[in-house]
Design a protein around this ligand. Structure first.
Ligand code: ZN
Length: 366
């Protein structure tokens, strides 16, 4: 006998298959069960395409042909997010479930923008909400952050030595962390909708900020995360990799002029205080564009400004067992004092060994 929890876990795993492609939509998985047997399964692949529930119902038809209608009557459905009630680019899933005559729907997480729950209950379908809720929320943290706060979920990646160094004083920073760490960071890039960096990093390293991973689904999408650069005074000269490699880049600036005419380069003014770009407006702008997950890969100036603006939701530290000593550049230059020591409270969420390094996932408590 498979437990409801196990069916929902299965649905969550199906949802994850959409990790590179569902954005700006959430990842959703769905299982249809009759007499404790899985009779159909589906997940949401891409915005504009069928939702998970529809794919699961169609899978039942595909697997069971003429007996599918009878099988669906009285079946149980496990779905990781509340079925939709509004007609978007596809008809509402709650209606499809009602029409199919299912008996019970297990929902891991509610969607406050929908009224699928009410529709199902009004149709006398039993509904149970909250099974593996924490996992379902975590799966779509970016989507929920955007819906609730109007901006993406922001993950700050820092690759540093044991003593917090990201580079030597002369800027040399290659090979601080091991190959496994660097591969893992590319996974985060690939599952992010956008990467944010600062002008200092671009001028010093000329990075391409593309995701290079060995995953067929990602490669087939032929899509890279949107690169975003904070360049208040438009200091790039136009020859930088992120402006010339054919993938899209947005320059957030303080100035009103558009310096670059390339069709892949967009310049957006978000003026803030002190001649700097408003990071709050920048992240809200990305939220409006449907960016769910933003990865911050930057030097201490931008990292500190993002911390000060309470705009980092999670740090991923890759820490190499190396000591760079006193002549190094730290990931942060925040002024500390006895008085404010420890005022940025951080909570360790996960600790993993990765190659020769440590990987820490850390949540700031603002
Ligand atoms: Zn739907």
């Amino acid at each position: 006998m498979t437990l409801p929890k196990e069916h929902m876990q299965h649905a969550l795993e199906l949802a994850k298959r959409g990790i590179f492609s569902t954005t700006p939509n959430p990842m959703v998985g769905c299982i249809v069960v009759k007499n404790n047997q899985v009779i159909g399964k589906g997940w949401h692949i891409k915005a504009g395409h069928n939702h998970a529930e529809i794919n699961a119902l169609e899978d039942v038809k595909k697997n069971h042909g003429s007996s599918s209608e009878e099988l669906l009557l009285g079946s149980e459905v496990y779905v990781t997010l509340e079925p939709c009630s509004t007609t978007g680019r596809t008809p509402p899933c709650s209606e499809a479930l009602i029409k199919a005559g299912v008996k019970k729907v297990y929902i891991a997480q509610e969607d406050t923008s929908q009224e699928g729950l009410e529709s199902l209950r009004d149709a006398n379908i039993e509904v149970e909400v909250g099974l593996l809720n924490d996992k379902a929320i975590r799966l779509n943290t970016g989507f929920f952050t955007r819906i609730n706060e109007g901006r993406p979920f922001i993950t700050c990646k820092i690759a540093c030595s044991l003593d917090g160094g990201v580079a030597l004083h002369n800027g040399e920073s290659k090979w601080i962390t091991c190959e496994e760490s660097r591969k893992n960071a590319h996974q985060i890039r690939a599952s992010s909708d956008a990467i944010l960096t600062g002008i200092g990093t671009v001028l010093a390293d000329d990075p391409s900020l593309t995701a290079r991973i060995d995953n067929e689904e990602f490669i087939n999408l032929n899509k890279q995360p949107l690169r975003c650069v904070v360049d208040s005074n438009l200091r790039m000269n136009g020859k930088e990799k992120i402006l010339t490699d054919g993938h899209p880049t947005i320059i957030f600036t303080n100035r009103s002029e558009k310096k670059f005419k390339d069709q892949n380069v967009n310049t957006i003014a978000k003026p803030g205080d002190d001649n700097k770009v408003s990071l709050k407006d920048l992240t809200q702008h990305l939220g409006q564009m449907g960016i769910n997950n933003l990865m911050l890969e930057a030097g201490p100036v931008l990292v500190d400004a993002m911390i000060a603006a309470n705009l980092i939701d999670r740090f991923i530290f890759y820490i190499a067992p190396k000591i760079l000593g006193s002549r190094k550049l730290n990931f942060s230059k925040l002024e500390g004092s006895i008085k404010n020591l420890g005022t940025i409270e951080l909570e360790i969420e996960e600790v993993d060994a990765i190659g020769k390094d440590l990987r820490l996932s850390i949540i700031p408590k603002y």
